[in-house]
Design a protein around this ligand. Sequence first.
Ligand code: DGL
Length: 267
Amino acid sequence: MDRKERPIGVFDSGIGGLTVVNKLRTLLPYENIIYLGDTKRNPYGTRTAAEVIAYTRQILHFMEKKGVKLVAMGCNTATAVAYDTVVKTVPFPLIGMSRGIQTAKEISLKKRIGVFATPLTIGKHIHRREAAAVDPTLTIIEQPCPPLAGLIERGIVSGPEIMDALKEYTAPVLAAGADTAIFGCTHFPFIQNLFESLCGDAVVFVDPAHEMALQTLDVLKKDDLLKQDGKEGALHLYFTAEAERGGNSAAHLIPPHKFTVEEISLT
Ligand code: DGL
């Protein structure tokens, strides 16, 4: 197969990375994409780093067997704990999930930026480190949100359980004077409306998936891998459990007839 025809691989612990797929398809409509959601082992963000590194290796091996030309990690947690360990072990370009710092910096007047993410991601301080490199005058307010990705994954996107959790997590970020906040977990854009309902006009939310798509475009261009034949790309979704639920979540973002779904086992 022509190298340009090969698919881009995207993965996450579950449905979250579909928010990245959605942005990739908007910017790169001709690209073939395969997606793997590790729904059987979700959530990653409350597991150990060693577990997430092992799962990431397994998924990258799967992607290699599928003949991908590039992998874009649709998971902040895997990026935070596994990227540095695995990047040299794969025979294709590997893009870690973008942090969204450039976009947030442009928006924030107060230079005070909140980051909502999983405990594993926050523990690695990847947003804080990138912000320090981009502009040392930025203040990053880190907020771990332990149960959120798991709730969203299980379809609990309204009601007291998720609202109580969100109130607990947004309050300190508001109190610290953030005027901009980054979704540091790819599941969170699914509940942007809930975040906004609690923060009102005080905070602008940034979904780094757009930066991720731009970064992917840059790498494809640089490596002469861009598919530009004008034919709409295919999208195939793999899930390690509950593929039907995964397909239903995807249908919220992408019209159902535009993708196919399959359940697989990685072990
Ligand atoms: N969506 C993922 C992320 O961006 C993982 C969430 C989880 O499984 O805890 O971090």
